[in-house]
Design a protein around this ligand. Structure first.
Ligand code: CTP
Length: 461
């Protein structure tokens, strides 16, 4: 019943087949042409952008490549418009010159030799200087030196992310694979490029889990051993709260956060969130309940948005002892509203559920008064709790209908009826909304009657 027809699906299938064939025939080959694949998969405007950027680089006498996740996804047949460019030369100067040529705004990070170019049509290009990085000490930010694309790719996290495609006219569409990225994509394996990878950047462990789950890949044996080594070295407590939170946010934004939590537990990494956090069958059950409620939410609240990752953090917080929650809130730089949700999940959920389960049951307008201002994350969290049927019914009704209820009469009509704009308007509209919610009015005529009664009461009072 959707907008896709069978032919659309067949066409998509054919394109994926093509990517797969390309991947199969490329395995083990260091240099191949993927220009055709780019042409098949990219929107024309993006293809044009890549071509003209390559031509611009040629005129400036530098080589430029698209690298990383974009190339990986291209070969896997996954659409990605996250374009990371690497210049063999000064990336920032290149981005600035390109901005002059095409229009757009550049934000540069001198320390890393990187720049973000925002084009006039809203498209974003990340431009970096081909660079090696070395680390003064584990978990430090890297020190940077300009180098060749080969070395630049070597500093990257996994072989499947260490692929590049040339953009200059003389090598447009040439796939560059020095480290077996195609082989590993084909074997569906995640492998680091060298044994210090996780020591230099422990966040890569979270990335490994992310790609493992996203693509259904597995970790190479050595990589697995290196992760275990990194955990033993106790590198994770030294990571900044900001970096760790970023990784958790990405990880729990993937399709299967429950499995991600399980994987973190397998590697004894739940401890990196808080030393007292551990896997349990209760936690597993709670994560399943959250999953189920999120499915419900996506079906019934289509126009609403929610941050699933936050719900998972709230569920982890629920499993922690009270002082630990405070420590987590101190360690990670959550926003104010995220903090409110995490705190509420741990300390206020029971109270709200009890209120919603009161006898006699709340009127819809009372439910609205109780739940207005609470985030959807918190409401879905409440829905996932083992609470009374009436509480669940009220929360669902609030999320799907109550909060959209409005009177038919608007400010304009109130003015015609002789009311002066201001607080009086909001008070009357609030009364009309309550009456609609509770079913005491259901038509414009009844709303008018109610207003007349209110005016009468006012006069008498
Ligand atoms: N990278 C890395 N080590 C990290 C982070 C990133 O080596 N800790 C490299 C990888 O080559 C990666 C590229 O930088 O492909 C871009 O990083 P990012 O955009 O974070 O990742 P993607 O691979 O594009 O993944 P996603 O699809 O999740 O955006």
């Amino acid at each position: 019943m959707g907008v896709f027809r069978r032919t659309d699906l067949l066409a998509a299938e054919r394109i994926n087949q093509k990517s797969w064939m390309a991947l199969k025939s490329l395995a083990g080959v260091r240099r191949r042409q993927v220009g055709g694949l780019l042409h098949d998969r990219l929107p024309q405007a993006v293809m044009h952008l890549l071509r003209t950027t390559g031509e611009f680089a040629e005129r400036r006498g530098v080589s430029i490549y698209v690298v990383g996740g974009f190339v990986r996804d291209l070969l896997l047949g996954i659409d990605s418009l996250d374009i990371d460019l690497v210049v063999e030369g000064d990336g920032i100067a290149f981005a600035r010159a390109l901005a002059k040529d095409k229009g757009g705004r550049v934000t540069a990070h001198e320390r890393f030799g990187t720049a973000v170019l925002l084009l006039p049509d809203g498209f974003k290009l990340d431009v970096a200087t081909a660079r090696t990085e070395y680390y003064e000490y584990p978990t430090a930010l890297p020190t940077v030196q300009q180098c060749s694309i080969k070395k630049d790719l070597h500093r990257r996290d996994f072989t499947i992310n260490a692929l590049a495609v040339g953009l200059n006219p003389r090598m447009f569409g040439r796939l560059i694979d020095f480290y077996g990225g195609q082989r590993d994509l084909k074997a569906r394996v995640i492998r680091v490029l060298h044994s210090l990878s996780f020591v230099e950047d422990p966040t890569r462990v979270f990335r490994a889990i992310r790609f493992e789950l996203r693509f259904g890949f597995h970790l190479g044996q050595e990589t697995l051993a290196l992760i275990k080594g990194a955990v033993k070295m106790e590198l994770f407590p030294r990571l900044s709260g900001r970096r760790l939170l970023n990784e958790l946010r990405y990880l729990f934004s993937e399709r299967t956060p429950r499995h991600a939590v399980r994987r973190l537990a397998d590697f004894d990494l739940l401890r990196s969130i808080h030393p007292t956090l551990s896997w349990s069958s209760r936690l597993n059950r709670r994560l399943i309940e959250i999953e189920e409620r999120l499915v419900w939410y996506k079906i019934f609240c289509v126009d609403q948005t929610i941050s699933p990752w936050l719900l998972y953090v709230m569920t982890l917080a629920e499993a922690l002892p009270e002082p630990a929650v405070q420590e987590v809130l101190e360690r990670f730089p959550f926003t104010e509203s995220e903090r409110t949700d995490i705190t509420a999940a741990r300390f206020a959920a029971q109270h709200v559920c009890r209120q919603l389960s009161r006898r006699p049951p709340l009127r819809p307008s009372e439910t609205v008064r109780l739940l207005t201002g609470l985030s959807d994350e918190f409401l879905v969290f409440l829905l996932s709790k083992n609470t009374s049927a009436s509480a669940k019914r009220e929360i669902s009704a609030y999320l799907t209908t109550y909060r959209t209820v409005r009177p038919v009469l608007k400010g304009k009509q109130l003015k015609v009826l002789g009311f002066t704009p201001g607080p009086q308007y909001s008070a009357i509209l609030a009364r009309l909304t309550e009456a609609r919610l509770d079913g005491s009015v259901s038509s414009e005529a009844e709303e008018r009657d109610l207003i007349a009664r209110l005016v009468e009461e006012n006069r008498a009072g």
